[in-house]
Write a new protein. Structure first.
Length: 140
């Protein structure tokens, strides 16, 4: 009798700053999949898309990258619903919801405060340090 093996599906939530790094040419997806040694589903909350739209409208630094990201979003990640208005709150709640559905969740962000909150809740984070992508899973 053959034994069924359940493949672990990893969901990666992308924060705004990580999408802007992709627009900068950093291959976030490949780096994360290489570190976790698995394919992953990359998700972009609607709240992050709204942040990108606000950056584009503001014409502040990074608006062209945000514009590129909005145009190419379908190549970067799958859009997912938002629960909260702000991206950080939304990401925290979505990570909980996805984990409750039985998936492994990683949040890709360079936001130190958000990473701290995620670590307190037991979520691994992926972040860029000195041009090197890292996935941190040792919880504080």
């Amino acid at each position: 009798m053959s034994k069924r093996v359940r493949l672990l599906v990893v969901k990666v939530l992308l924060d705004t700053n990580m999408i802007l790094l992709i627009a900068d040419g950093v291959n976030v997806k490949e780096n994360i999949e290489s570190i976790i040694e698995s394919k992953a589903d990359f998700l972009c909350p609607e709240s992050v898309i709204k942040e990108l739209e606000e950056i584009t409208k503001s014409k502040k630094e990074g608006w062209r990258k945000a514009q590129w990201a909005l145009i190419n979003l379908h190549k970067i990640c799958e859009k997912t619903k938002s629960i909260e208005e702000t991206a950080d709150s939304d990401i925290l709640l979505l990570a909980d919801e996805i984990r409750e559905q039985g998936y492994e969740v990683i949040v890709a962000t360079n936001d130190k405060e958000l990473r701290k909150k995620l670590r307190q809740k037991g979520f691994p984070t992926a972040y860029l340090v000195e041009s090197e992508m890292r996935v941190e899973s040792d919880y504080d």
